[in-house]
Design a protein around this ligand. Sequence first.
Ligand SMILES: Cc1cc2nc3c(=O)[nH]c(=O)nc-3n(C[C@H](O)[C@H](O)[C@H](O)COP(=O)(O)O)c2cc1C
Length: 381
Amino acid sequence: MPSPITCQHDLRELARRRVPKALFDYVDRGSYDEATLRANRTDLDAIALRQRVMRYVSDRNMARTLVGERARMPVALAPTGLAGLLHGQGEIQAARAAHAFGVPFTLSTMSIASIEQVRDAVEAPFWFQLYVMKDRAFVRSLIERARAAECSALVLTVDLAAQSQRHQDVRNGLSVPPRLTLSNALNMASKPRWCWQMLRSPGRSFGNLEGFVKGSQGVQSLGQWIGSQFDPSLSWGDVGWVRDLWPGKLIIKGILDAEDAAQAVAHGADAIVVSNHGGRQLDGAVSTMAALPSVVSEVGASTEVLVDGGIRTGQDVLKALAMGAHGTLIGRAFLHGLAAGGQAGVHTALELIRRELDVSMALCGLRSVDEAGPQTLWSRP
Ligand SMILES: Cc1cc2nc3c(=O)[nH]c(=O)nc-3n(C[C@H](O)[C@H](O)[C@H](O)COP(=O)(O)O)c2cc1C
């Protein structure tokens, strides 16, 4: 990694220089007017940490058990589709970085590398994220493949009953199926390092789908198939169906409402992720920091409540914990690292967060992440 990389912003700028604009925008942008994308950040920024002094904070412990696995800090890598296009073998690079660092990695249904390719390339078990699509036989086969690969948790994403639009993806031709425009092609040609990686990379299509979806071959026809597969008829009964097929840990991702959180727990979730898909689904939805307290008070005593959306720094992680989250997921924060420098870039992204969290804990007078709570936040006297 070129130095100095001082913060997440540096990684993002490096990512902007290294990958084609269409891919940078795909990672960066949100749905429609991006109000929820902005709210995730604005509401995190509005939370003030409470500085404490002279608290003897020599030995600080950031480790926490996330859904049954010991993690070096309360952070996991969120599932992100097409991560393998940001860097050659992107999912494998990210999974390796997460494993070496000591945090969970989640493979998306919409990844470039397949479940089997990641399992063969990475020693540690990983979490697998599932979309329940209309083709239930295919979904069942995905669950069986995740079981065969010994994935340590299934992350069931439930906030995609319909697909939102990101205007910039449409303009860039990064729709499903993708559209190769002249400006795209010229922009790609200006990123020779990225082109070289992609040429050397074995996969450039949806690895979990290619060869498994009957009658669909190539990114074009798979893209059309995906577009027809989001299922607005999904209901809690389908979660029960998944629960019956998956005996391991089940994480339900995409909850913003306390009533839905209670349903998720009633249907067998071992953990939930308070998430608005990083501001990529319902635009106008509440930020995750605003939604978190009511969900924690509804189900926090009976299940692990994780949160994502806008988390970029160790300070953000500490704020999320203080607001009641058991742990956090990061999306763009690691994707910028991946685009900037593959495995090393993801390591840098995680290491930045670790150092920031460590210093912030010291300055808040905390020796363990277990001590974070409402008292870690400043409130007007
Ligand atoms: C480029 C990108 C692709 C994503 N793809 C998926 C996906 O395939 N499945 C899923 O459950 N969530 C997906 N998400 C949402 C993330 O899992 C996560 O909820 C979100 O990124 C958190 O917000 P943050 O990026 O601000 O950290 C994606 C997010 C991004 C940025």
